[in-house]
Design a protein around this ligand. Structure first.
Ligand SMILES: [Zn+2]
Length: 138
């Protein structure tokens, strides 16, 4: 079954899953269940609550509006809401579209806070050995 598609079509499922990961992060970010110190402080006491940029308490607002780690990507949010108003970014269609773009390019709100590498494409070596029952009959 898995071998039916020509190799040129293989990247498609990975591409879709990468997008799905971004939209998962959009949802997590909107409802506040995301990788931030703010969330950890309430639910994951073993995790640190500070931001790699040096901010003592990493909040969702900090990451979206101020964190220097994401300065290069922030213009996407500012284009929709000049002062990056959270209700606008998290609660309007345009805001959410911008948020998705921001999250995809910046890697913000991932566990590491860095952009994800696209999954490695499968190679021939990863293919399971096919059972070759015809030859076993001898
Ligand atoms: Zn920061």
């Amino acid at each position: 079954m898995a071998n039916r598609f020509p190799p040129s079509l293989r990247p498609t499922p990975h591409f879709i899953s990468l997008k799905r990961e971004v939209f998962g992060r959009v949802t997590q970010c909107r409802i506040g269940h995301c990788f931030t110190g703010e969330y950890y402080s309430q639910f994951v006491p073993s995790e640190g609550i500070d931001c790699p940029c040096g901010e003592q308490f990493q909040t969702r607002e900090h990451l979206l509006r101020e964190c220097p780690q994401y300065e290069d990507q922030r213009h996407v949010l500012e284009a929709v809401s000049r002062d990056i108003s959270l209700p606008e970014i998290l609660g309007t269609k345009k805001g959410i579209a911008a948020l998705a773009e921001f999250l995809e390019s910046s890697g913000a709100f991932t566990k590491t806070g860095k952009p994800r590498q696209p999954p490695k494409l499968p190679s021939v070596e990863d293919e399971p050995e096919l059972e070759d029952s015809d030859d076993d009959d001898g």
